[in-house]
Design a protein around this ligand. Structure first.
Ligand code: ATP
Length: 645
């Protein structure tokens, strides 16, 4: 094996113990340092593959300081710590370590953690190299095209999006005497949808006249230096550049990455990426663009020399995303998630989808599968929370005939059912600890043993896991294995809650309204302004699932002629309907479900008003119905006084 390890630890007993463990397992220990300074000197003379790193060291600098530097030079590191509280885990997590060992540790823990660290490092390196090679290929393809120059520029921008995230981009000028910022500018409005923002559109959005905008352009310097501008640096840059400030204010931008291209005729052609995320741009983005500079310069030059050009046309968006047929929404937070999905889908690594309940984790897992080369093979789902602990093992691994009482036949488990495809492990945080060890082995060795079986079976499966739990907290409290966490966490995707992406509420509500109108055979009459306002201001603790249920109830209770009204105060009770989980087969079943839902809804309001229908605060007023209409419904549904008890 001969992998090189550096130990950075100020307690001699611990470091010596580690050295013995590592050397007897065939690792080469390149040195032991007790301070950051000494560690850097040792790394300069003999670059290790992995650094084992204590957090508290001799000298002023801590292990966390060294970790930041190690990340920038792409060396994998694993923390050694005596403290496993959540605060330490969080501070350490920010530096994106490749593993974490909690003292006191056993020799076996050290070796497994190192193994995982190497795997994760190689995977991330390999994956990013593969992604970069793909991007270069894509750019070369665009350079060879002979289509319209605006279209080609747009394609270059689209190709860059997955690697350098942005919500808004300004590109340089195409004529020698043009003003700074008078090149082509685009606002991202969907997954692969961009709205060109020319001076006329900018005038409409900012309510400024053309001469005013031109004066601002003239006073704003050309961007000649590459820069990462996040947080305070961005604010400062905006104060010195009127156009930057105008863009920031008009499009809610908070970070900027500037890449000036030096064209062969000596002119500067800046690419300026803007984001609504505060810490969007990092050194890795700048490094990538530096590597791409020659290629980008060549493409831009070829685009400029190509004369065929038609002005870009605005694109309309419905909130439905190209490539993501089932995903609705165009908030910048959702778009960033989709960027990650499109990056990771073709690469065969495990993915961990995190997010509150109902945020769409399963949808994301489906998209990853559908955009991968495994799409023709099955996507098998296992809900780890829904299975009793004693069944989950045979459900996953399958069993041989006679493996236990009742095992009358051999049974193929989910791992084998997913052969060639993807296994989606939902609610992974609920998996019993004993089974977590077995899952880890499957992830590492890609083979399983059926319950009661004597031999192993090779499997070819991609894993996607999801949870709404804070796995780091679960690890700290001993309910989730640290080694499994690191193995799964190779590529985390975090889904933001609906309350943080309010722009998605309207398109989602509209989508569900149309979907349920079709399901219940009603005309789609839209959503009333009042209801939409309430939907947009609610905090959605149950996220998209809660929104879906609210709309389903409203559609069931609507007459299909008037726009939808909110028929129940938001959050009044669990927003579930009898139809939520059961597929309805016949018209009769639909009618019955409607009746039951309506009855439950009216009862819940009547209980609140103590049975009062009329007058201020009465049930009719709350439900926005005429009292006589409500009375006749109560009669038809057979609601009695006793039902209110
Ligand atoms: N972007 C979206 N566009 C349209 N529908 C969506 C979107 N996201 C989620 N949904 C729908 O919302 C509901 C909840 O989504 P999903 O089951 O994927 O959430 P989840 O995060 O996996 O929930 P849980 O943690 O409870 O398992 C589903 O009916 C899903 O189809």
């Amino acid at each position: 094996m001969n992998k090189k390890i550096l130990i950075v630890e100020d307690e001699f007993i611990v470091s010596n113990d580690l050295r013995l463990i590592l050397e007897s397992a065939g690792y080469q220990v390149t040195g032991i340092a007790d301070s950051v300074k000494q560690a850097r000197t040792l790394i300069d003379t003999n670059r290790p593959d992995v650094v084992l790193l204590d957090i508290y060291l001799k000298g002023k600098e801590t292990g966390i300081d060294l970790a930041r530097w190690l990340s920038s030079v792409n060396i994998a590191f694993v923390y050694l710590s005596a403290n496993s509280n959540q605060q330490v885990l969080e501070a350490a997590r920010a530096t994106q370590p490749y593993g974490f060992l909690v003292k006191p540790f056993r020799g076996k823990d050290v070796l497994v953690t190192l193994d995982i660290a190497r795997y994760r490092h190689e995977n991330s390196l390999e994956a990013s190299l593969r992604r970069e090679a793909q991007l270069e290929q894509q750019l070369a393809g665009i350079a060879a095209q002979s289509t319209d120059k605006h279209l080609r520029l747009l394609r270059v921008i689209q190709a860059l999006q997955a690697h350098i995230p942005f919500d808004f981009i300004t590109t340089g000028n195409t004529t020698p005497d043009a003003l700074p910022y008078s090149g082509e500018t685009f606002l991202r409005i969907g997954f692969e949808q961009y709205q060109p923002i020319d001076i006329v559109a900018l005038g409409t959005i900012t309510k400024l006249r053309q001469p005013e905008l031109e004066a601002m352009q003239r006073s704003s310097a050309l961007e000649t230096f590459s820069a990462i501008l996040n947080g305070a640096a961005f604010t400062q840059a905006c104060e010195q550049n009127a156009m930057k400030q105008l863009y920031a204010r008009s499009f809610h931008l908070v970070a900027n990455l500037v890449i000036p291209l030096l064209m062969p005729d000596g002119r500067i052609y800046p690419l300026s990426f803007y984001s609504r995320r505060a810490d969007a741009y990092q050194q890795e983005h700048l490094s990538l663009s530096v590597r791409l500079l020659p290629m980008l310069t060549r493409i831009i030059q070829s685009i400029q020399h190509h004369n065929v050009s038609t002005p870009p046309t605005p694109v309309a968006t419905t909130g439905r995303q190209k490539n993501f047929a089932n995903i609705v929404g165009n908030s910048h937070l959702l778009l960033s998630v989709l960027d990650l999905v499109s990056q990771v889908a073709p690469v065969d690594t495990s993915v961990l989808v995190l997010g509150e309940s109902g945020t769409g984790k399963e949808r994301i897992a489906q998209s990853i599968h559908e955009l991968s080369a495994r799409k023709k093979h099955p996507l098998v789902k296992v809900n780890c929370a829904a299975l009793p602990a004693n069944l989950i093992e045979s459900e996953l691994f399958g069993h041989e005939k006679g493996a236990f009482t009742g095992a009358l036949e051999r049974r193929i488990g989910k791992f084998e059912q997913a052969e060639g495809g993807t296994l989606f492990l939902d609610e992974i945080g609920e998996m019993p600890v004993e089974l977590q060890v077995k899952l880890l082995r499957v992830l590492q060795e890609k083979e399983i043993e059926r319950v009661g079986g004597k031999s192993t079976v090779k499997i070819n499966v991609r894993f996607i896991a999801a949870t709404n739990r804070n796995l780091e907290k679960e690890v700290a409290e001993g309910r989730f294995r640290l080694d499994l966490y690191y193995r799964l966490n190779v590529f985390p995707i975090v889904l933001p809650p609906l309350r943080e992406r309010r722009e998605d509420i309207a398109p989602l509500a509209q989508y569900f309204a149309d979907k349920f109108a079709a399901k219940f055979n009603k005309a789609a009459a839209g959503i009333s302004d009042k209801m939409m306002h309430e939907l947009e201001t609610w905090h959605w603790p149950g996220n998209i699932r809660e929104l879906e249920n609210v709309i389903e109830q409203s559609v069931i209770l609507s007459d299909g002629k008037q726009p939808l009204q909110l028929r129940r105060p938001l959050g009044a009770a669990a927003q579930t309907t009898p139809t939520a989980n059961v597929p309805l087969q016949t018209l009769e079943e639909v009618k019955m479900a409607q009746r039951e839902t309506e009855k439950a809804y009216i009862l819940s309001i009547l209980k609140k008003t103590n049975g009062r229908i009329r007058g201020n605060g009465g049930a009719a007023e709350i439900m926005n119905l005429k009292p006589t209409t409500l009375e006749s419904r109560i009669f038809k549904l057979g609601i009695r006084k006793e039902d209110l008890q």
